[in-house]
Design a protein around this ligand. Structure first.
Ligand code: GLA
Length: 716
């Protein structure tokens, strides 16, 4: 159907958008109910992206048979099918898809049908060059790969909506279609003229007047004062550092613009289908979209995750991403939408992933709240850019180690069906916020080595090792349910967050705050006064200088009240304070204790004698300030003390054997995953049955290296 390019898509109404954004809502009520209805019917979703347009009809039949044999119950179809559906502008060719969907349905495989909007056909860019994205250097990107669209382009959006509407109209009643999938990994950014115009509209909606914008962007600095919104551009290539407030707003705008694309297509689906879940695949800690502001738009949080098999920290980092996904949905079940069965093909050097490791990652996602585990992709491509990416069905076919592993996981997920809908209860919250991350990563500051995600991951690993469940929370979230609140680094701290932390401490919570927190306001302007301005009363300590540390760090002297076991750090007992002792790294702060106990001081250098770590008791609550980057054992001491004070313990009492053991409860099920290669033993208080092996264990359970157990009480 030809489309009216002038009429079908309104410009984004950013004023309405921002008003509608509000605090993060999460899938819940009706929306989570749509996904729950699906998993109640199918159990844990298992499958992957399926690209039938790359294969002939005989292969489709083989695929459906093999999917059934592997326990697959859901495939995502049509993610990159636009050029096949619409070979020429306005033409529609869906007949082949009719056949594919009928075959899948007959084979008992449900379909997550994608809007094909991630990769427009080449004719779109040829006929409408303005639909193509422009990078910060002004280079217009071209067709020949994928993702070649500008999220702001009205013409692109009109065409995307037109194909979406026709697809949905045709398949909304197909019994095999059980879920909708908007686009793919929405993550584009564009600096072109149309994006500039949309950015200006967004800024008008945010600030109202150019005077308010000048104020928020502090344009008195470097003669940047704007007389009119028309003068404003995205932060394209500039002679020197970009205005940090402008950069932050462009990030916000870009995230909102992408979310608009999602909303438009979701609404086109909703107009026809009120009952099936709609989602899109997020990308973990992805820098270009503030998923807190997106979460409420998705019926189920879905994630693509590709932990690097070569990275020893990957299991803990992957767990953190799982916890983020669960937290985005307010604790509701989420789904792992894409993962790699084996190696990916997009790193420089793609280490393999063993079937055991792949299985552990699947169990990990379920243990941490996922009710779906899917992969990119079902059948390995023989051509195209991803021909060397692993798949559930490798080039070599079904008689392979990889595919045996896939079948095994299919069986495991069926055995875990009882956890569907169950939740993970966490008493610890860790604050994380995209806006703060964005602002902290801007050019020009004390150091570029203090990275928000590094801090988050380092703090998280301590909890992961201890088997303590953690939720992620945005800084203005309701924290009333948490007994321990960790703030590894929150550069932009909203006023509400300071209030929430103060209230938490008043009711007895442990709060630990990391360095370079609460530095700036929502415009990325430094809050003046002794820092952290909003938290200094709570912390009982305040600072006046941020001090990057030399490359080899600075030795720390630990007070005798240091929380570590066995006097590890006490100067006389532990011999610290010299070159061999623990060293702070990256950044320190010139602090003054205003009531807090100083637990560690810098031994020399610019900060010699100054406080590095403090603790203060506030009624029933306790607050620690870690004004530097601690080596892992010392960070562990502090965080473990915070957990102990709040009587928060891990899911298991510890293991005899190797480290690298992950433990978490989901509902009544205790998952223990052994990421090491050594067998471990875990003590049990009561007998338990392992859902995965069917074995019953009494006093102790043995988990071989690379294996997992999912323990439930034995049947009465
Ligand atoms: C992402 C994309 C897929 C594919 C994989 C490869 O998940 O959504 O289309 O490119 O990466 O790892």
């Amino acid at each position: 159907m030809p489309i009216d390019e002038e009429a079908t898509v309104p410009s984004t109404d950013h004023a309405v958008e921002r008003a509608a954004t509000g605090p993060a809502s999460a899938p819940g009520g009706d929306t989570a109910g749509r996904f729950a209805a699906l998993t109640a019917d199918l159990g844990i979703l298992y499958g992957g992206d399926y690209n039938p347009e790359q294969w002939d009809r005989a292969t489709w039949r083989d695929d459906v048979r093999l999917m059934g044999e592997a326990g697959v119950n859901l495939v995502t179809v049509g993610v990159f099918s636009w050029a096949r559906y619409e070979p020429r502008p306005g033409v529609r060719d869906f007949d082949w898809l009719d056949e594919v969907l009928d075959l899948l349905h007959a084979g008992g495989i449900a379909v997550d049908l994608a809007t094909p909007t991630a990769s427009p056909p080449p004719w779109l860019g040829r006929l409408h060059p303005d639909t193509l994205p422009v990078d910060a250097d002004g280079v217009r990107l071209v067709a020949g790969s994928r993702n070649q669209f500008s999220p702001a382009s009205r013409v692109y959006r009109q065409h995307a909506l037109a194909i979406t509407r026709d697809l949905v109209a045709r398949y909304a009643d197909h019994p095999g279609v059980r879920m909708w999938h908007v686009g793919n990994e929405l993550g584009q950014i564009c600096y072109g003229d149309e994006s500039a115009a949309e950015f200006r509209r967004w800024l008008r909606a945010r600030y109202g007047t150019i005077g308010a914008l000048n104020e928020a962007w502090a344009t008195t600095v470097w003669s940047q004062r704007y007389a009119d919104f028309a003068e404003i551009l995205p932060p394209r290539r500039m002679p020197y550092h970009v205005n940090p407030s402008q950069a932050l707003d462009f990030r916000r705008y870009s995230s909102d613009q992408l979310r608009t694309l999602y909303r438009e297509q979701r609404e086109a689906i909703r107009a026809v289908d009120a009952s099936r879940p709609v989602t899109t695949n997020l990308m973990g800690f992805f820098a270009l979209a503030d998923y807190w502001s997106w979460a409420g738009e998705l019926d189920v949080i879905a994630d693509d995750a590709y932990p690097d098999p070569g990275d020893p920290r990957a299991p803990a980092d992957a767990a953190l991403t799982c916890d983020l996904m669960r937290s985005l949905g307010g604790g509701a079940p989420w789904m792992l939408m894409e993962a790699a069965v084996g190696a990916v093909s997009w790193r420089d050097h793609n280490l393999p992933k063993s079937p055991e490791r792949s299985r552990l990652e699947a169990v990990q996602a379920v243990a941490r709240g996922a009710d779906g585990v899917c992969y990119f992709q079902w059948r390995a491509a023989r051509a195209g850019a991803e021909r060397f990416h692993s798949a559930m069905l490798p080039h070599a076919g079904a008689d392979t180690r990889v595919h045996d592993g896939v079948r095994r996981v299919g069986g495991d997920l069926a055995r875990l069906r009882g956890v569907v809908g169950e939740r993970v209860a966490a008493r610890v919250a860790m604050l994380f916020d995209w806006e703060s991350w964005w602002a902290a990563e801007e050019q020009a500051g004390p150091t570029r080595r203090l990275r928000t995600l590094d801090q988050l991951r380092a703090w998280y690993r301590v909890l992961w090792d201890a088997g303590v469940a953690v939720d992620l929370a945005r800084p203005d979230a309701d924290l009333t349910g948490y007994d321990v609140i960790l703030v590894p680094q929150s550069y932009l701290l909203p006023t509400g967050a300071a209030t929430a932390l103060t209230e938490a401490v008043a009711r007895g919570a442990s709060v630990v705050v990391g360095p370079f927190t609460g530095v700036a306001d929502e415009n990325a302007h430094v809050r003046t006064g002794r820092f952290p301005v909003l938290l200094r009363d709570l912390l009982g300590v305040s600072g006046e200088e941020w001090v990057p540390l030399p490359d080899d760090g600075v030795p720390l002297v630990l007070d005798e009240r240091w929380p570590g076991a066995g006097g590890r750090g006490v100067p006389d007992a532990g011999g610290v304070g010299g070159a061999a002792g623990p060293r702070a790294s990256v950044l320190g702060e010139l602090l003054r204790a205003d009531g807090a106990t100083v637990l560690a001081t810098f031994a020399d250098g610019h900060l010699a004698g100054g406080a590095a770590v403090t603790r203060v008791v506030r009624g029933a609550g306790v607050v620690w300030y870690v004004g530097t980057v601690l080596p892992e054992p010392l960070l562990r001491d502090v965080l473990v003390e915070a957990l102990d004070r709040a009587a928060v313990s891990g899911a298991i009492e510890g293991t005899s054997g190797a480290s690298g053991v992950e433990a978490i409860h989901r509902g009544d099920t205790l998952f223990v995953l052994n990421h090491s290669s050594e067998s471990v033993q875990v003590r049990l208080d009561t007998p338990a049955v392992d859902l995965l092996s069917g074995l019953t264990w009494t006093d102790v359970v043995v988990v071989p290296g690379g294996d997992a157990v999912a323990l439930v009480p034995p049947p009465a």
